[in-house]
Design a protein around this ligand. Structure first.
Ligand SMILES: [Zn+2]
Length: 227
């Protein structure tokens, strides 16, 4: 479910992998890809949510740091490896090109890191476009992803209640304010970020004031009341 709170281990288990080392994971499963986001102030890549609240821009990745390459930030982000294989940038870009020729858009699960060991599932996104943009004096990939429907159908309330992405900064504030536990019962597992006033009922702004942490049980009770 969107905005679930996970440990690193739980995130790996959810994806059925031992570790998630890379930020970009094209086709981690047979049917979707996985992107990890980190918006720490010193994060290595710039990610952003556009004003529509559902579009995320994900920056591609640099050449790996090696003995010969001391500062990857000075070099164009690569489409191919030095062995002429597609990089992760290239794989995502190729998927976009194929979708423009009529194939379905790639489904991408995005996880965001809030703090060490604290991750949140941002949702299923459709990979819609990219540009190879000039930023200062080098070129970087900027991938456009739009919040989509969970293809497993596991999140049927998603469009009724929360149609905008909760910004990472808000989640971090709420995590600290609520002490990392359900605000009703104090549970510390199966948590997620709950948008207190559904967007459908006028809760339009996404500030820490109208987001809180709830456990799965109290989220279910709330869902029953709204119906
Ligand atoms: Zn609870």
């Amino acid at each position: 479910m969107r905005d679930t709170i996970l440990t690193y281990r739980e995130m790996c288990d959810a994806e059925d992998v031992q570790t998630l080392q890379r930020g970009m994971n094209y086709r981690l499963s047979a049917t979707y890809s996985v992107l990890l986001m980190s918006q720490r102030s010193n994060a290595p890549y710039k990610d952003e949510i556009l004003d529509d609240g559902v579009t995320v821009i994900y920056e591609g990745h640099d050449v790996p740091k090696t003995r010969d390459i001391h500062d990857p930030k000075l070099l164009d982000q690569p489409y191919y490896t030095k062995h002429q294989k597609l990089t992760q940038n290239g794989k995502f870009a190729e998927a976009i090109k194929r979708s423009k020729l009529g194939e379905p858009q790639e489904k991408v699960k995005i996880y965001e890191k809030l703090f060490d060991g604290v991750w949140s599932f941002r949702g299923f996104f459709d990979l819609v476009d990219y540009e190879y943009a000039t930023v200062y004096d080098r070129r970087v990939f900027r991938f456009t992803l739009r919040l989509g429907l969970d293809p497993t159908g596991a999140d049927e309330n998603q469009l009724k209640t929360r149609t905008r992405v909760i910004p990472t900064e808000v989640k971090k504030q709420v995590w600290v304010r609520d002490g990392g536990k359900c605000v009703i019962c104090g549970a510390t597992d199966e948590l997620h970020f709950d948008h207190n006033i559904p967007y459908s009922k006028g809760g339009s702004s996404i500030t820490a004031e109208n987001v809180r942490i709830l456990c799965a049980r109290h989220n279910l009770q709330k869902g029953a009341k709204i119906e």
